[in-house]
Design a protein around this ligand. Structure first.
Ligand SMILES: [Ca+2]
Ligand SMILES: [Ca+2]
Ligand SMILES: [Ca+2]
Ligand SMILES: [Ca+2]
Length: 313
């Protein structure tokens, strides 16, 4: 269930962009990512213009015809139209972004705002940002070009996707009722369906990827069919969401044994994908206690305030 088929939405690994100077063939210039504060205003303006000049088929969602496919169709808004713009329909949500997340050598932390619209409220509940989700999605640039999509349900473990995406999905509710289509496939009749528009710092930022250029904002439309509550990706007994030790909603920056991994040339393995979080040779699942009611206790044998599964001594 936890195995996710990930297409483009891989966690971003940020490297400096190298460009070779062709005139002498040997000099390599490293172009560092731009400061967050230089990008935030540009992105915000591009997104605002887009939202104010576009709309979607929300009337069809409000009073669906029997053959409506519940697909969000974004359309340009003609000046005299009485339709509401995406800007009027969307809810803004702001997340803090640290420069070090993109390998920028700065203390700067900048707030970036993304916008979401829930076109259909799901009948179920919402996943956390650390759950495996069953989704159909489409990713587009603001000019409408599609860079990635899946029209079939696929499982995605949210921490392996980009930040605007997983945060957006966690605003939706899942479906509860599976129905058969005439062609033999099945679908959820009451899944959550949403639209998200987010700035580059909640996506790939300075990294170009296929048709996505540096500092591009992204749009996703998405249907959330189902999810695995309390997904435990590394199967160590601790739900992934509880391995976000600093509670910032980012799973990749909690890595208790980073120093040991560096020393032993082991790849960086954050706690949510590490079955031995403190690298002491004892699997995490043997250093915690699962109680009869399903709750977890974290023994601290030497009483130093660090639970055994994170304590090397
Ligand atoms: Ca974290
Ligand atoms: Ca680790
Ligand atoms: Ca772990
Ligand atoms: Ca251990």
């Amino acid at each position: 269930m936890h195995k996710s088929k990930i297409l483009l939405l891989l966690t971003v690994v940020f490297l400096a962009v190298y460009s070779c100077k062709k005139d002498n063939g040997s000099e390599v210039v490293i172009i560092p990512p731009e400061p967050l504060s230089d990008v935030v205003g540009v992105n915000a303006e591009q997104i605002e213009v887009f939202l104010k000049t576009h709309t979607y088929n929300y009337e069809e969602f409000t009073s669906p015809e029997s053959d409506f496919d519940f697909e969000i169709k974004i359309d340009t808004l003609i000046g005299s139209s009485s339709k509401k713009s995406l800007f009027e329909l969307a809810t803004p949500r702001t997340l803090s972004v640290s420069s070090d997340y993109f390998g920028i050598d700065s203390e700067e932390v900048v707030d970036f705002t993304y916008y979401y619209i829930i076109a259909r409220e799901g009948a179920g509940t919402s996943p956390t940002v650390a759950d495996s989700t069953l989704v159909k999605y489409k990713g587009q640039l603001l000019d409408g070009r599609v860079f990635d999509q899946s029209s079939n349900y696929l499982w995605q473990y949210l921490p392996f996707t980009i930040r605007g995406y997983y945060d957006g999905v966690s605003q939706l509710k899942s479906g509860t009722t599976i129905v058969q289509n005439p062609d033999g496939t099945s679908r959820y009749s009451d899944s959550g369906i949403g639209l998200f528009v987010f700035p580059s710092a909640l996506a790939y930022y300075s990294q170009a990827k296929g048709i996505i250029e540096q500092y591009d904002n992204l749009i996703f439309t998405l249907e959330l069919g189902n999810f695995v509550p309390d997904t435990d990706y590394d199967n160590d007994g601790i739900p992934s969401i509880l391995e976000d030790l600093n509670g910032d909603g980012i799973l990749t920056n909690d890595n208790t044994d980073e120093a040991e991994e560096v020393r032993s040339y082991t790849p960086y393995t954050a706690n949510h994908i590490d079955a031995d979080d403190d690298n002491d040779g004892i699997p995490t699942k043997f250093e915690i206690t699962i109680n009869e009611d399903g709750t977890i206790s974290f023994p601290d044998s030497d009483g130093d305030g660090i639970p055994d599964y994170l304590d090397k001594d």
